[in-house]
Design a protein around this ligand. Sequence first.
Ligand code: SF4
Ligand code: MSK
Length: 620
Amino acid sequence: MAERSIDRAALFLLKKAAREGVETAWDRFEKQQPQCGFGQLGICCRNCNMGPCRIDPFGDGPQEGVCGATADTIAARNLLRMIAAGAAAHSDHGRDIITTVYAAACGEAQGYEIKDEEKLRALASEYGISWEGRSKEEVARELARAVMEEFGMVKGSVQFVKRAPEKRRAVWEKAGVLPRGIDREIVESMHRTHMGVDNDYVNLVLHGVRTSLSDGWGGSMVATEFSDVLFGTPQPVRGKSNLGVLKEDQVNIVLHGHEPTLSEMIALAAKDEELLALAREKGATGINVCGMCCTGNELLMRHGIPVAGNFLQQELAVITGAVEAMVVDIQCIMPALTKVAQCYHTKIISTSPKARFADALHIQFEEHNALEIAKKIVRVAVENFPNRKPSLVQIPEEEVEYVAGFSVEAILKALGGSLDPLLDAIKTGKIKGIVGIVGCNNPKHTHDHGHLNLTRELIKNDVLVVETGCAAIACAKAGLLLPEAAAEAGPGLRAVCESLEIPPVLHMGSCVDISRILVVAAAVANALGVDISDLPVAGAAPEWMSEKAVSIGTYVVGSGIFTVLGTVPPILGSKNLVELLTKGAQEVLGAVFAVEEDPFKAAILILDHLTAKRKALGLD
Ligand code: SF4
Ligand code: MSK
């Protein structure tokens, strides 16, 4: 059991699950062993009905599919499809946010308003939209329409690529990967990977870079920026993390998924006096709303709402026996949840027309009466409180404080309004570099082991770490998101953190908020007059599992940032593809991928990279 997680709350509940005969992702992972070798190597193809085909990795059997596709073509096509799916997930999230902004500006989205007018102004001016003599709603409508058009193919390239340094844009233009419309790149990925279209692995990968850039500098950035417009730009806020945030005497509602549109309304509805009175009537002392995965990140960044855990803890939350409702929208929601919930009293409530689950209660979310729907969902949870089986309730003690909310604006504020203190710290070597650690959990690795050990090794070596997604939640649970954690940092980073009163690990938000990291990298590069690829920065995804992570890794490398993956991507069946991604990309993009499963060795790779970049900039 110990090798499944390093989180004591997780281990406590895994034992409970075993006692109660409840299967989790770890059990199902074991049952899947050995996993398909062709799949792991990326050399099986079922893109047409002459197949499925597979390439013999040992060279004795077939080296081509029925159509003649080689291992290079098949592995590159599969990779491109992963990127396209990840980019589609993020970008469709962005589309939903911009649709809500438009509806709110038209007065057709109950409970929503333009919360951050300053950001709306900044974005309007970026898009060349005049504010003169117009209401914020009029401006928001025009801006939202302009952004909606970027999902198609109206313009030359997506607007936010202009935020990248000129040198980076020149790299993209030369490589032919400047992202055009967001949807266009995704559709073209599907076209190219259809049987008998693009068979050149280099050409396929280049389009993968272009598609991923339409995510990082397009769909994801739209999701981030316009979530800020609608719900407010995050500022540092304190909260609590891990499964100990569930309350034995309260109605517990866990919000899981990705979009903040519904969760913001549920957080509001849980404060409704009538529903609080109903909760008391049912024997509870209150209504406790917690987050999970990236919905959790969105809520904690803006409101300090407790976060119950990261990806591999979703089933464990139900296994506490103390969750009245788990409300889900889109992405990273295990289909197994409804089966686990049947062992307890928990209601799994699906809300998105795009994501239905067998045996879940479906209460569809509509933005025009969002608050009413949110209240309906909270009522279902409250009414479920008496159905709890007290003998099955066991909530772990672990509950750790965090400070989150480090948007770009919040970082600038902490720095006193200018990047100079950060640049000085980098130049003097107090901070050796900045590393973004992001991504999921994966039962292939001990839960949270990669995130925590890589983070600790880096801060110990004076590297400022910025995080999002499940990586950030892992560090929240370990207390690394507190200013006091500076005690674990090297002397230079520690001094900087103490003088600015910031943690050595900055929580920058949900998965789409990796776009905030791109904005910081671009701002630092612009301030130094160099390309992002010249900076002492790196990226890492120690426990990634999702296709979104593949898109993220690709746009991070595409943006010129060396990136270390902690789980092996399914490409090893094509030596040429591996060579291209780990070596050849350097010449074209100024950055490459590395794969290292051991977080301590990954730290060494990253530190060596930072040292080399510092040297090249004359900073050593
Ligand atoms: Fe086989 Fe080619 Fe069809 Fe893929 S596209 S299934 S390799 S015949
Ligand atoms: S939620 S994509 S498991 S980070 Fe964004 Fe976590 Fe990965 Fe989902």
